[in-house]
Design a protein around this ligand. Structure first.
Ligand code: AHR
Length: 322
């Protein structure tokens, strides 16, 4: 082989090596794309959750595609399908309701796109349809509220009539906060749920349902068990308009522990707020990175939470982040 041919071959080889180094570093630097299908914007909790997810994606250098399903499962399914078509690296979603997810999750699985559940769980037999579920233990939240009621009314023979404002029908927090309460009070006949209806986790929904409860049951109601702060705040408005005294005549039990909930506790209108944290963004982004890096994750990542009775509200409010 002549010298000039050898030189040309060496140059070509050098070029190929240099090109492969560039390609490899591009592969490493390639931004992860996450498709996130949010429930909607129904509550202060949800707003804080959306802010947390968007901020955490920015901080983690993850390219976020975000959609708002306006509390409709069909919109969420459509969003997930579009993420599959766009070949995102990971799909995450906070399921509006628990059932009906198999077909779209099978499609994601076939496309080899890992799925992460955040905030709300789903009811599927095949657990391989998602990698992990990050969020609160709603059943335990319901038990915590039930235990607070037991303790509060331990010296009261009853009857203790409860009006329940349920969250979105078929959603995990509505199902579990109801079941958790029932688990605790079912063997104590003095507690009775005399009315139960969905206010769809919104302030307007809570107000509307409470107006009807106030008309039908009035002074018979001892406790309002609202599945979130927005509904509790709506119910407080309705009770006050009906001449009832929330927090004193009627005890108000709520969930989320938002700043709005804390302010109502300080005003003496919510008696206890069971915490449910929306600040799931950082955990979600670190799970997404781990999945892309091929790491194994636990099937369930539970958020650490507590219960705030009204007497601690003034002291705790300054530290609340949502
Ligand atoms: O899934 C979490 C629940 O959804 C929160 O309790 C509620 O405020 C929200 O809308």
């Amino acid at each position: 082989m002549g010298r000039s041919v050898r030189l040309a071959l060496n140059a070509l080889l050098g070029l190929t090596v240099a090109m492969s180094v560039v390609v490899d570093s591009h592969a490493q630097d390639k931004k992860i794309t996450l498709g996130f299908a949010q429930v909607g914007a129904e509550s202060a909790w949800r707003t804080a959750n959306t802010v947390s997810v968007k901020q955490a994606a920015k901080d983690a250098g993850i390219n976020l595609k975000f959609s708002d399903a306006q509390q409709k499962q069909e919109n969420q399914i459509r969003a997930i399908r579009s993420y599959i078509a766009q070949k995102v690296d990971v799909i995450a979603f906070s399921p509006v309701v628990e059932s009906g997810w198999e077909p779209v999750l099978e499609e994601a699985k076939k496309a080899h796109i890992p799925v992460v559940l955040t905030d709300r769980n789903i009811d599927v037999k095949d657990k391989s349809l998602y990698v992990t579920m990050i969020g609160s233990d709603f059943l335990e939240e319901g038990r915590r509220a039930g235990r607070w009621l037991e303790e509060t009314y331990k010296n009261n023979p009853g009857p203790i009539n409860i009006a329940e404002l349920q969250g979105t029908v078929g959603s995990a927090p509505a199902n579990d906060r109801h079941s958790g309460l029932m688990e605790i009070i079912k063997n104590d006949p003095k507690f009775k749920i005399i009315a139960s209806q969905s206010g769809d986790f919104t302030l307007a929904g809570g107000k509307q349902v409470m107006e009807a409860f106030a008309k039908t049951y009035g002074k018979q109601i001892n406790v309002v068990y609202a599945h979130n702060d927005d509904m509790a705040l709506g119910a407080i408005q309705a009770m006050e308009e009906a001449g009832m005294k929330p927090g004193t005549d009627v005890k108000v039990v709520s969930f989320d522990a938002t700043k709005g909930g804390f302010q109502a506790m300080i005003a003496g209108k919510i008696n206890v707020d069971v915490e449910c944290s929306p600040l799931l963004g950082p955990q979600l982004m670190s799970a997404v990175k781990d999945i892309v890096a091929g790491k194994t994750l636990p099937k369930r990542i539970v958020t650490n939470e507590t219960v705030f009775p009204m007497n601690v509200a003034a002291q705790v409010l300054p530290q609340r982040k949502y």
